[in-house]
Design a protein around this ligand. Sequence first.
Ligand SMILES: Cc1cc2nc3c(=O)[nH]c(=O)nc-3n(C[C@H](O)[C@H](O)[C@H](O)COP(=O)(O)O)c2cc1C
Length: 340
Amino acid sequence: MLRYLTAGESHGKYLSGIIEGFPAGVKIDPAYIAAQLKRRRLAPGRSARQAVETDEFEIISGLHRGATTGAPVAVLLRNAGRALPAPSSLPRPGHADLPGMLKYGTPDAVLIRERASARETAMRVALGSFALRLNELLGIDINSRVIALGSLPSVTAASAAQELLKARRAGDTLGGIFEVSAAGVPAGLGSCMQWDRRLSSRLAAALTGINGVKGFEIGGGFEAPLLTGKEAAACPELSGGLDGGMTNGRELLLRCAVKPVPGLPGGVPATDLKTFRQKLCVSKTSDTTAVFAAAVVGEHMTALELAGALLKKFGGDSLPELKLRVDEWRKKTEKILRRL
Ligand SMILES: Cc1cc2nc3c(=O)[nH]c(=O)nc-3n(C[C@H](O)[C@H](O)[C@H](O)COP(=O)(O)O)c2cc1C
């Protein structure tokens, strides 16, 4: 079983993470992990904090001479922006602050936001890089793209840059939709035998677990009900590569809606829990949009879930063992799938 956990706060010394149950013999270059972290850090729409963060990291166990050993892999990721904000009794709307303060019985919103911050998603990317690499070595190609940004009809690098500039100048933020695809996924990952073993459920949890994600679709998603059964029958891609909670050998297609960044540079009205007076809650360092960075995180969360599902189905303690089994399975299933 593949497990992973993260720890650490936004302004603590480090974020840390452990991935356990990962097979031996997976060659991974630290430059590969650094490149993944950079994709998240420097995604369009990020704030000035990203210029401070360097995402300098250290792999402290589980790797020997550039390859995994089968031991738990532990990663430390340094936080460069380390000045802990002053205590605050002002919960920021649209954030974990208010429910967290009530739940954990603290008058200080900073204690909640430090952990709830999306800074933690950097560690998910670091751990996810191992899973992404494993998927790659097994011939599974995971990608993401942003398909909507605010009300922009089509997202290109140029149109996005212009829209982000417009929003930034207006002191506003944007949401968007990202899509994650995975090609080359063997059929039969996941299970139809129990709701929580469905790969669709696991992917939904992994992707809606990304901060700011408020909508999730598989394949045809919310558009599928607009078709009749006859029309839908002619579009096998509507299932997004998952039938009955299992991969069906087609490309996996997942979509997430990310809400507009709630922190606004001009401030949003909020109630101070000390005085119960309204104040303006100002976020000077907020991103203009999180959707591009979230797309990168989405790829890594998908990679982690697929790696878990592959290891569950095929077992194997080392990459050669796992690969042998996956190749054999592909030969067997593709003989059938090709004839459909
Ligand atoms: C990569 C990334 C960066 C984010 N950056 C910000 C930000 O700068 N300011 C902000 O207010 N929210 C930001 N968010 C969104 C908040 O983290 C998120 O809305 C908040 O934690 C509440 O969680 P929820 O929207 O899932 O309920 C970011 C999200 C992600 C994934």
